[in-house]
Design a protein around this ligand. Structure first.
Ligand SMILES: Cc1cc2nc3c(=O)[nH]c(=O)nc-3n(C[C@H](O)[C@H](O)[C@H](O)COP(=O)(O)O)c2cc1C
Length: 327
């Protein structure tokens, strides 16, 4: 069973991926946050800092594209192939209203004849393997059989299914019945994604669906960066390793952004999940969020590392918190 780090825009950029890999084993592949391919056929400097091979040395990373234009997809795929990538992932899962309104991400699932033509074109001409990350549909999981029938016609390198529909965003439970039906109706290499937080969650998924090729984890891995290693039988992270990982990240961001304040803002996104690895973290969560300067923020994380008991597994308190993720 392979373990994949889910793409998380605003969190799992190049610096996060390489730092995570330095401190924690267990992740077989890191999926990059989506690149919204522009019709001008040029990557921005910021995008290049995420995708160029020198920022991903030693990290098995897969880039992801968000577009509904086959020409734009093929342009970007050609650039990525020239950089040495062997696979590109298509985002058909993003639920954000601004994305779906343009018929992209999970919004593309409302236009099946167009999606079929798009896939026909990219699979006949793409210079590298193509995988897809998808939701079950827009409103109703009953949409998925027709969507899957289209995917089944193409030689996908992999199909990652997040078994929610667009209007779920990240609310409600994952729809395991629909996932089970999909497993029965496809011989594509399938990866499961959604709400895995503990090694026991991963083991349950593996035993319920032995033919699943990979498990992709997002929030659970940000909360507990040792989760993939633990799911493979490894030990939980020590306090010292976690602390060193966070110092390396904070310092890395401060130097990359040239601003400790911007580094703090990025670290807050990470701590939104990571705080749930500490017992009694709730009382610090508000302080972390409110911290107005890097000194206050570091004093707060220092107190957390010193004072709070470390759990061996995260408790997914973020599911109760109101936040509409960007993707
Ligand atoms: C802050 C945030 C950013 C995300 N960015 C992306 C993205 O760029 N591309 C993508 O396919 N999914 C994105 N997702 C979805 C995750 O990859 C994943 O499918 C989702 O979080 C469910 O998996 P999990 O329960 O293991 O976190 C994002 C999710 C969150 C919370």
């Amino acid at each position: 069973m392979e373990y994949e780090f889910a793409p998380m825009e605003g969190i799992t950029g190049a610096l996060y991926r390489s730092t995570h890999r330095r401190y924690f084993p267990g992740v077989d592949r890191y999926f990059m946050p989506f690149l919204p391919v522009s019709q001008h056929h040029a990557f921005t400097r910021r995008e290049l800092r995420d995708i160029l091979p020198q920022y991903n040395e030693g990290v098995p990373a897969v880039p992801q594209l968000l577009t509904r234009s086959a020409a734009d997809f093929l342009w970007a795929a050609g650039e990525l192939a020239a950089m040495g990538y062997r696979e590109v992932n298509l985002n058909l899962g993003c639920p954000s209203g601004t994305v779906t309104a343009k018929g992209k991400g999970s919004g593309f699932l409302a236009h099946l004849p167009e999606l079929d033509r798009f896939l026909d074109e990219i699979f006949s001409r793409a210079p590298l393997a193509v995988s897809i990350k998808t939701r079950l549909g827009l409103r109703d999981p009953e949409e998925f059989p027709a969507i899957l029938a289209i995917y089944n016609r193409y030689p996908l390198a992999g199909l990652t299914i997040h078994p929610r529909v667009q209007r779920d965003f990240y609310r409600n439970s994952v729809r395991m019945d629909a996932f089970a039906r999909a497993m029965d109706s496809s011989s594509l290499p399938i990866c499961y994604n959604g709400d895995l937080t503990t090694a026991a969650d991963c083991a349950a998924l593996r035993s319920a669906f032995p033919s699943v090729r990979a498990l992709m984890i997002g929030r659970g891995l940000v909360a507990n960066p040792a989760l993939a290693a633990q799911a493979k039988g490894g030990a939980p992270a020590s306090r010292e390793t976690l602390r060193a990982f966070h110092s390396a990240l904070f310092e890395g961001y401060a130097s990359a952004f040239g601003s400790a304040r911007n580094a703090m803002l990025r670290m807050k996104e990470i701590w939104f999940y990571h705080i749930h690895l500490f017992e009694g973290g709730g009382r610090y969560a508000k302080q972390l969020k409110k911290a107005a300067d890097p000194q206050t923020f570091s004093a707060c994380t220092g107190a957390i590392f010193r004072e709070l008991p470390l759990r061996t597994e995260a408790v997914p308190g973020w599911r109760q918190q109101a936040a509409e993720p960007v993707s």
